[in-house]
Every structure is written in C-alpha cells, then in structure tokens.
Ligand binder design. Sequence first.
Ligand code: ZN
Length: 157
Amino acid sequence: MKYINFEDAGDAVSDEIYMREALKEAQKALEQDEVPIGAVIVCNGKIIGRGHNLTERLNDVTAHAEMQAFTAAANYLGGKYLLDCTLYVTIEPCVMCAGAAYWTQITRIVFGAIDKKRGFSGFGRDLLHPKTTVISGVLGNECAALVTSFFRNKRNK
Ligand SMILES: [Zn+2]
C-alpha cells in the first residue's frame, strides 16, 4: 500500500470538492444527533454512493458512514468490487471499515482528520488491500471540528 501526503497528491482540487460532499453527509448525521461523520464514493468523476453515520438511528454499531457508502456504491455498480473508485470520508476509517474497504478492493481512500484512538492506521496499514492508495488530511481541520464540537456539546448538556 502506498501512503502519500495530501501535498504530494496531483488531484488535490477535486479531492477537496468531493470531501466537501462528504462533509455535507456529516452534516446530515449531525442534524440527526449522530456522530457527524460522512462519506462519498466517486467513480470516474461521479458520486455513486453516499453515507453518513447512522449507528443511533439504526441501533447498529456497523452503520458507519463508510459502510453505508460501500453498500450504496456496490448497488449502483451491480458488483461488490469498487475498482477505480475513491472513498472520501471525513474521519479516518476504523478497523471495521478498513476491513470492509479491503474486501471492496477500492482504489483510493481519502480521509480528512486522523482518528488517533480508533483509526485503522494505528493498527497497521496492512488492513487495507495492497492496491489501495491512501491520502489523509484533506480539509482535516473542518472534518475534525465537526466531531469535536459535537462531543463538546454533548458534554455540556
Ligand atoms: Zn468505521
């Protein structure tokens, strides 16, 4: 697996555009009092899957934004492999979502903020498929701020 910094990425502009779409999904989660994490999957310049965290509403710990987006994208493509696809997600995927990403063989993962506690990279990058490229830090501050303020508000209630 290649691990490149955002600064080195050639398609930085489109990465920001799609990360803004993932942030819109995160906003939808926030409006439903869910931890605000959002994801989109892009294939050939088209968004083919969207998702936001729904673990409270669905009473399902697996209902992470990425899982919703994987399912939506696979439905769109009519196949389980997400080749030539990029996952944009506002927060670094957890181990479960990295594992699911492995099974999809997705080409790229672009995430916003690092999750030091639950992010997959703390558990070893081998969780992802060897073909998968990862870019981190795209609109990272905005992505992190949503989650930070969500938990701050929770504590103050
Ligand atoms: Zn996850």
